[in-house]
Design a protein around this ligand. Structure first.
Ligand SMILES: C[S@@+](CC[C@H](N)C(=O)[O-])C[C@H]1O[C@@H](n2cnc3c(N)ncnc32)[C@H](O)[C@@H]1O
Length: 210
């Protein structure tokens, strides 16, 4: 069954009720550099917000949403694909962006592994996501709401511990750009690099010895 995420006009209408989200998107988009991929770009709410200097790619499994996205950002290269199977070579992008997507990706661990693969070692992952509640009552409420909410929206899971997954996928979340408000998170993550000759442990890309 289709949900709000699969009906582009309804999704865009719902976004009019949340103008604050566009401020979060703008604040994240201005951090993008170089060759940029926005995973799950949907109807392209964020695409016009990037600096003119970037080479912009967008990807989403929903063709109807991509048609709307192309009108919003005629210069962007758009593809129909999923985060779990990114049709790009290793270390291709300087910046990966995900805005309200990892609540919906069917296999988030696989999607994050793919992002890690196509991101350059010095690249950055920019994320705007809502996450699971931190307290017991909030977690119970979101766990209870999840099945009907996922059906209504067409895939969104309100109870994912996305930050923990991002770290588990080998990223370090930077403190400098971290913003949290209620269940919303805005952050920058960089790939951890395995320290040579060590079975475990890692170095941040920015701390890599020359
Ligand atoms: C809540 S919308 C967010 C759209 C847009 N990023 C924004 O900020 O408005 C979630 C988007 O994730 C897309 N999506 C769902 N599963 C996905 C997957 N496995 N890989 C990539 N995108 C996916 C949906 O098609 C939808 O466009």
């Amino acid at each position: 069954m289709r949900g709000i995420e699969q009906i582009p006009w309804l999704y865009d209408l719902s976004m009019l009720l949340m103008p604050g989200l566009q401020r979060w998107r703008r604040s994240l988009a201005r951090l993008a550099r170089g060759r940029v991929l926005e995973v799950g770009c949907g109807t392209g709410q964020m695409l016009p917000l990037y600096p003119d200097s970037v080479e912009l790619y967008g990807l989403d499994p929903n063709v109807d949403a991509l048609l709307r996205a192309q009108r919003r950002a005629p210069g962007a290269k758009l593809l129909c694909a999923t985060a779990e199977h990114l049709p790009f070579p290793d270390q291709f992008f300087d910046t990966l962006v995900s805005s309200l997507v990892f609540c919906s990706v069917a296999d988030p661990d696989r999607g994050l592994a793919e992002i890690r693969r196509v991101l350059k070692p010095q690249g950055r992952l920019l994320m705007l996501e809502h996450v699971h509640a931190q307290n017991h009552i909030g977690r119970w409420v979101l766990d209870t709401l999840q099945p009907p909410w996922t059906r209504l929206t067409g895939g969104c899971h309100p109870n994912r511990d996305t930050e923990t997954r991002v770290e588990g996928a080998g990223f370090h979340i930077e403190h400098a750009c971290y913003k949290a408000s209620g269940l919303m998170r805005h952050f920058v993550a960089t790939p951890e690099l395995r320290a040579p000759g060590r079975a475990s442990g890692s170095l941040r890309a920015s701390a890599r010895p020359s």
